[in-house]
Ligand binder design. Sequence first.
Ligand code: FAD
Ligand code: DLZ
Ligand code: SF4
Length: 512
Amino acid sequence: MKTLRLILGDQLTRGISSLTDLDPARDVVLMVEVAEEATHVRHHKQKIAFLFSAMRHFADTLAQEGIAVDYVRLDDPENAGSFSGELARAVARHAPDRVVVTEPGEWRVLEMMRDWREELGVPVEIREDNRFLAMKAEFAAWAGEKKQLRMEFFYREMRRKTGLLMEGGEPAGGQWNFDADNRKALPKGLRVPRRRRFEPDAITREVLDLVARRFGDHFGDLEPFGWAVTRADALDALRSFLAEALPTFGDFQDAMKTGEPFLFHAVLSPYLNAGLLTADEVCRAAEREWREGRAPLNAVEGFVRQIIGWREYVRGLYWLKMPGYAQTNALEAGRPLPDLYWTGETQMNCLAQCVGDTRRHAYAHHIQRLMVLGNFALLAGLAPAEVEEWYLVVYADAYEWVELPNVHGMILYADGGIMASKPYAASGAYIDRMSDYCRACTYDPKVKEGARACPFNYLYWNFLVENETRLSRNPRVAMPYRTLAKMSAERRAAIRADAARFLGSLRSTYGS
Ligand code: FAD
Ligand code: DLZ
Ligand code: SF4
């Protein structure tokens, strides 16, 4: 049976389900660069360049194996511009008996795929994505009728299932989670490892020119471009992380520093999400560092939890709750996204630094995304759909399956608490403790009222006031509501006035 096998840009894994039974004598692998995927939201230039170059390299490795690859470039004059259009053209070219594809990472694309059988007039087999540790049905079974889906309990299931960091059926070190040992502020003078960068080869250079020509008006710097675009180089990036940063990953996981967006983080998410690395191999490699005495347990457990815990959990949640998940707006937030998310032009130094890192690298680490950019979006009451689009645009690792739960559930609490037991709201004191941003800021994190006050301080209380009826019965925010109840009427009025003045000054004139 002649099979046309479609590989999407984030499915660059040789062992992916759509290739498992490939017959090199008859089958054709189809890969397509299409404008719709780059512009349905206007992705960061580095993200587009990373994926196109990684796709071209992956196609070359398949071809070197003797597999017939039909690769459609973006600048092919006949390019139809969409997955559906290109698949229809390829079916006409190859006349296959069937089409095989692995399910995509976005609901939008799955809906497209479901129409293909009828549109194309050939059978279309959509296979489960075998690159995750938890299948969708397994997650759904775990979720059952639970009202709140806590990651920590799901994570323990994944530890048991994979045997990672387990000893005789018990968690290594006698604890599931070592976060109490983590989250230290950065000591002065601590050496931060240099990040492994990869010089663009001829294929990447060609792609960089294409992206500059076609998507030059998208957000973000295209160069310098240092991402790995092959599996071999992604493995090199993994090795360099294990040797240089993993031992310190746990300790300084929450720290932020001007000009150092990577610190001790892995910077592997684009590779994991596009398929150049697998979750299993990355976690096994990290575990080996602990077992062989090169990295402490708190670091390795913290890292493994991010992957077999958070990453698997958000994916399970996405497919369990879509399409309705994206539609909820539990806090009824509606303020348009301010321009500062695109321009970085603001007196709030933490926001300016995090937007700047994002623009330069298509990357910001977790705490920058959560506690600076996300915390501001929550406290300012920004409209979930606009914030979600921003996060999907700006990061090289962003696909809706992972972006949406993190933004909608974790930072905005727009799902009403399915994912997080309380909103991750924080005042300026947290950012002051965990970063050096406040030292160079116009505002003062210790000042609570007036023009010099850190906006996070009054926005935090203003957020609690505005959401009193929605949140005050949540036991996890009982303490701040008790403090709020004891506040004088004057102090409350000052908070409201500062917040109104500040929020009124935000400009929202840009689209993405
Ligand atoms: P490390 O901090 O070194 O962590 C190791 C790995 O753990 C990551 O590579 C990633 O695969 C995984 N991981 C860690 N936290 C999470 C998480 N919360 N959800 C899923 N995986 C996680 N991650 C994405 O891959 N794509 C996104 O679009 C994305 N959007 C986010 C939006 C917000 C608002 C927040 C708060 C987090 C988001 N994350 C997203 C999760 C996390 O911030 C990134 O995975 C991480 O910063 C990637 O950098 P790293 O590889 O250096 O990660
Ligand atoms: C993100 C992206 C971009 C920018 N371009 C392409 C493309 O041209 N061809 C392709 O196959 N995939 C691309 N992708 C990744 C897809 O958007 C991704 O596969 C879907 O969103 C499903 O996760
Ligand atoms: Fe951010 Fe406030 Fe610190 Fe300025 S003072 S950097 S606005 S937390």
